[in-house]
Design a protein around this ligand. Structure first.
Ligand SMILES: [Zn+2]
Ligand SMILES: [Zn+2]
Length: 430
């Protein structure tokens, strides 16, 4: 990237970040009105790209499963314009199941199809068309989004979600992975500044094709969201993947303590690609979501709350209360009988060991360096449904992770692990 362009982008980023400066700490909500928790997912797919079902089936599943908001973030499209979809390829059986369900559920008055060269094609409804079937004030909201899907010039995959976009962002490629992430995240920030409409960008699935390393993400200006992907039940285990939690702690420590860059929040999504078949490897919905604390269910309130870190990510655990006041994190877990909840308060203390060692013969291209065990230490562990942590003043940041093992109804199957990730906070400086 040219130096001049870079400094322009830096200026733009600075102006965008100053607008959101009072946002580092969650728990500070406006006194008037009662904020509520809204359940949502910011990353999933439909027939507009490589999902196995039309967007109506996708939206319907989330609405029926207790979600309040959804971003159908197809690859390089905002679900607008003219598109005919033809079920074909390796997944044809699944696509046919979805097509039948689509026709049976919505009927010929809604489903428009044609036959071209002996192949059935379906006319896809745009977001503005299909949202009329699902949206209800205060109950369910569809927010536009795009998975900006690209690669660096040397072919390394980079996927960045742009949420609440007004216009589609054409994917951009840079010379390096860092530059590619930066260019696409900047495209979101530029559109936000131009339209004055709140938007956000999150970096998706670090493990994908082992392309993006922690070091690539470390220096990205303005990026505040990293997708959490550990323990996805619908994705087969892969020993070579490093954990997104470990990456998160390294990023938080380096950015806050050494690079003067903003906090990074861990965003839970399911990256759904399929409904027609359920099981490991089919990227089914519902693995992971966010609970956002906001006063109203509008795109602006949801985006602003996410940007302030007023949310937690979950794969099953629900909270009653969450606050950070007087340097104390307080959490009340919505307990289910017979289940033990373990909360770990994780963080890095000032004066941590900064040693970084290069990993020789790493099994994957995106795992390059080893960082000290001082980074992301368990500072405290409690098993109760009300837990608290008071800052000692030595912490750079503290985040909480709650885990529980849920018995499988089938006794032959292992218990299911559920997790909630609470966003990092930094001690108040008084
Ligand atoms: Zn992706
Ligand atoms: Zn995706």
């Amino acid at each position: 990237m040219k130096k001049q362009t870079y400094s322009k982008l830096l200026l733009l980023w600075l102006s965008v970040s100053i607008l959101s400066l009072p946002t580092i700490l969650w728990g500070q909500l406006p006194p008037a009105g009662e904020p509520r928790w809204f359940k949502g997912n910011t990353h999933c797919h439909s027939w507009w790209s490589d999902g196995d079902s039309p967007p109506e089936i996708v939206a319907d599943w989330y609405k029926k499963n207790g979600y309040h908001f959804l971003v159908i973030s197809d690859h390089n499209t905002l679900n607008e314009g003219e598109k005919w979809y033809e079920p074909r390829g390796k997944r044809i059986e699944r696509l046919k199941i979805a097509a039948k369900k689509y026709e049976d559920t919505y009927g010929p008055d809604w489903v428009k199809k044609r036959v071209t060269n002996n192949q059935t094609q379906y006319h896809l409804k745009t977001l503005n068309e299909y949202r009329t079937l699902f949206e209800e004030p205060g109950k369910f909201l569809l927010i536009p989004g795009e998975e900006i899907t690209t690669s660096s010039r040397d072919g390394k995959a980079v996927h960045v979600n742009g949420i609440n976009l007004k216009d589609t962002i054409p994917p951009l490629s840079g010379d390096s992975i860092l530059e590619t992430i930066q260019l696409n995240a900047n495209a979101v920030f530029i559109q936000q500044a131009k339209t004055k409409r709140p938007m956000l960008a999150h970096l998706n699935h670090l493990h994908f094709r082992y392309a993006v390393s922690v070091e690539d993400v470390m220096m990205v200006n303005g990026l505040k969201f990293l997708e959490m992907f550990d323990d996805l039940p619908s994705t087969p285990n892969d020993e070579k993947r490093f954990s997104s939690e470990r990456a998160w702690d390294i990023l938080l420590t380096k950015r806050l303590a050494e690079l003067s860059l903003p906090v990074i929040y861990g965003i839970g999504t399911d990256d759904e690609h399929g409904f027609a078949k359920i099981g490991p490897g089919f990227s089914n919905p519902g693995d992971r979501w966010v609970m956002v604390k906001a006063k109203f269910l509008t795109p602006t309130h949801i985006i602003q709350a996410l940007d302030k870190g007023d949310f937690y990510s979950s794969s099953g655990i629900t909270l009653e209360k969450l606050s950070f006041e007087n340097n104390t994190i307080k959490i009340d877990i919505k307990a289910r009988p017979g289940i033990t909840y373990t909360t770990q308060f994780i963080g890095t203390l000032k004066g941590y060991d900064r040693t970084v060692t290069k990993i020789e013969n790493s099994p994957v291209a995106n795992l390059k360096y080893k960082y000290s065990s001082d980074i992301g230490r368990i500072l405290d562990q409690q098993t109760d449904t009300h837990v608290e942590y008071t800052m000692t003043g030595r912490e750079i940041y503290v985040r909480a992770k709650i885990s529980a093992l849920i018995k499988n109804p089938n006794p032959d199957q292992p218990p299911k692990k559920e997790v909630a990730w609470i966003q990092p906070v930094q001690p108040f400086r008084e």
